[in-house]
Design a protein around this ligand. Structure first.
Ligand SMILES: C/C(=C\CNc1ncnc2c1ncn2[C@@H]1O[C@H](COP(=O)(O)O)[C@@H](O)[C@H]1O)CO
Length: 260
């Protein structure tokens, strides 16, 4: 490697944490200056390094708050279900049955089926958890959440749904519910989580989607037939709870060697 005759190209690096900076890169202001400069525009709180700290704090808060909740199931479902409707009552029943089985219930903390599941959990004297998300049309956590955490970032919140639950129950829902369902399925399919039952409630509601997966995705080779074993569909909340608590081994692993 040749040494340049230009002294500006051989300058000593300025060290900043794990970074080594030279020339123009080294001329940036120091963090201390930002911290102490009360006249600054405050723009630095909108920078990626600052966001990383906020993201980190969401994980720290979430892990800290949920570490001791014990056995738990995450329940997903529509934010739009109205109290008194069949799907809402289904959610209440699921929450109550899980609570009676001594299992904590984790929801998105919002209205509709989330509220229903939290409500049933409180009625069943269980641990009712809500993981809220900051949205432009924010409504706050529903009144049946006893342990609530508000997240700014979807991905940090999603980690909590998976890390602290032993399985998922999915009530009828829209895009948010589908997002959560398919994320769960991919995590099991790719074996990022194992022994993780996913139970859908509502045969008529979910049936056409299952048929589309079978008739199009399986038929075109996009997923394998056994990927359909990742989900179970039932109509009875009590059966959903029974399957999520006792369906320990995901069917697609039957007879297969699991990776270490
Ligand atoms: C749309 C309305 C309120 C939105 N408030 C939400 N609060 C918390 N979590 C939510 C909210 N909306 C969606 N989610 C998450 O997605 C799932 C429901 O989404 P869907 O599109 O309604 O199926 C749910 O499991 C949450 O985790 C007021 O109407």
């Amino acid at each position: 490697m040749s040494i340049s005759a230009d002294p500006a190209r051989n300058s000593q690096p300025r060290r900043k944490g794990p970074l080594e900076l030279r020339r123009k890169q080294a001329a940036v202001e120091m963090s201390d200056q930002h911290l102490l400069d009360t006249k600054g525009p405050g723009q630095f709180v909108h920078t990626d390094p600052w966001r990383v700290l906020r993201i980190q704090s969401e994980f720290v808060e979430g892990f800290g708050a949920l570490a001791d909740i014990g056995k738990a199931v995450s329940v997903f479902g529509s934010a739009r279900t109205k109290p008194g409707s069949p799907y809402y009552e289904m959610g209440v029943e699921v929450g109550r049955k899980l609570a009676e089985a001594g299992v904590a219930v984790i929801t998105g903390g919002g209205p509709g089926s989330m509220e229903a599941a939290n409500r049933g959990t409180v009625e069943g004297n269980g641990v009712s958890v809500g993981l809220g998300i900051e949205l432009p049309f924010e409504q706050g956590l529903n009144q049946w959440v006893d342990l609530g955490i508000n997240f700014r970032y979807f991905f940090a919140r999603k980690t909590m749904f998976v890390k602290y639950a032993q399985g998922f129950i999915v009530l009828p829902g829209g895009l948010g519910t589908l997002d959560e369902l398919f994320e769960a399925m991919v995590l099991v399919q790719t074996r990022k989580v194992t022994s993780f039952p996913i139970v859908l409630l509502g045969v008529d509601f979910w049936g056409p989607m299952i048929e589309w997966i079978r008739g199009t995705l399986v038929a075109e080779g996009m997923v394998s037939e056994k990927d359909l074993d990742l989900i179970q569909v039932v109509d009875d909340p009590a059966e959903a709870v029974d399957r999520v608590l006792h369906g320990a081994v995901t069917p697609s692993f039957k007879g297969e060697q699991r990776p270490e």
